[in-house]
Design a protein around this ligand. Structure first.
Ligand code: NCD
Length: 304
């Protein structure tokens, strides 16, 4: 039976812990001068991206290459997708070329779930619409665990465009399973109804969400997914919901600041916070390569 990574909703705390442990040793390889291991020798990894990406796509590709896989990338512009080929036909074509791991990002929630039974390759969800982005949440959890020594019992505040964010959904599933206390905050127009049912506290302001937080995570305002009018302007957003030095004082004195990227500077976080000593945003990027190495390696060996 083949194994996929479609979301964190389906994984147990033990499985998440196993991926994080594996990723912690992969991170040593990422930081070492000799980034070549035989973990995926002879395997083929294809990344299929229907949405823009810098770090997710590149980190999957580098993760595959560091482990000696054959890695190729295809994106919707410049491929037959632009000629009108359907998602399923494109995926079956990629599968027929001997692909072992198909990493995909698509604007439609559930796209990787649709493809999984149709291809023999292991499918890894690199972001499906507003649903999940499991490897992002795994890299966030690895980064938190490294900086705080644990996840259980921590207070994690996630603030910004909660409504459109697949990052927040995967983090909620993952962090609550690992025993963290999660609160979300943002403008009322960007908070999905019933989000509390996922086991989090929700606030229509930033202050209450970040009080005493150990981790403050900003989310990008996803202008490309919004119909206009959910908040007046990015300047006003920053004034009421942005994280600056002053607002950060509400969190614990040793709180770390995270953001999945790409950051809108001066909108979700002030430049001094992004570049400040509490920011672990660059380390998140390094964790991203390590987590993707761990996920692909474990999938090639029969899953988590
Ligand atoms: C996120 C995404 O695409 O879901 N970015 C990422 O993967 N690093 C978040 C975002 O685009 O805001």
């Amino acid at each position: 039976m083949k194994h996929d990574l479609l979301g964190l909703k389906e994984l147990s705390a033990d499985q998440i812990g196993h991926i994080l442990d594996t990723a912690a040793s992969m991170k040593e390889i990422v930081k070492s001068p000799n980034k070549k291991t035989p973990h995926l020798q002879g395997k083929t990894v294809v990344t299929l991206f229907y949405e823009n990406s810098t770090r997710t796509r590149l980190s999957f590709e580098l993760a595959a290459k560091y482990m000696s896989a054959n890695a190729a990338n295809i994106s919707s512009s410049g491929s037959s997708v632009a000629k009108g080929e359907t998602l399923i036909d494109t995926a079956e074509t990629i599968n027929a070329m001997g692909t072992d791991i198909l990493v995909m990002r698509h604007g439609m929630s559930g796209a990787p779930h649709l493809l999984s039974p149709l291809v023999s390759a292991a499918v890894v969800n690199a972001g499906d619409g507003m649903n999940e982005h499991p490897t992002q949440a795994l890299l966030d959890m690895l980064t938190i665990r490294e900086h705080k020594g644990r996840i259980e019992g921590l207070k994690v505040a996630i603030v910004g465009d909660v409504y459109h964010s697949r990052v927040v959904r995967s983090n909620i599933y993952g962090l609550t399973k690992m025993g963290a206390e999660v609160s979300v905050g943002g403008p009322a127009t960007l908070l999905p109804m019933g989000i509390e049912k996922l086991g989090v506290k929700a606030f229509d302001n930033v202050q209450e969400a970040i009080v005493d937080a150990d981790v403050v995570m900003g989310l990008r305002i996803q202008l490309e997914r919004q119909k206009k009018g959910l908040f007046p302007s990015t300047r006003e957003y920053f004034r009421f919901f942005g994280i600056d030095e002053q607002r950060l004082k509400l969190a614990k004195p040793d709180a770390i600041v995270m953001h999945p990227g790409p950051v809108n500077r001066g909108v979700e976080l002030s430049t001094s916070v992004i570049d400040g000593e509490r920011s672990v945003i660059t380390d998140q990027v390094t964790s991203g390569v390590a987590v993707r190495m761990a996920v692909m390696y474990l999938l090639s060996r029969g899953g988590f």
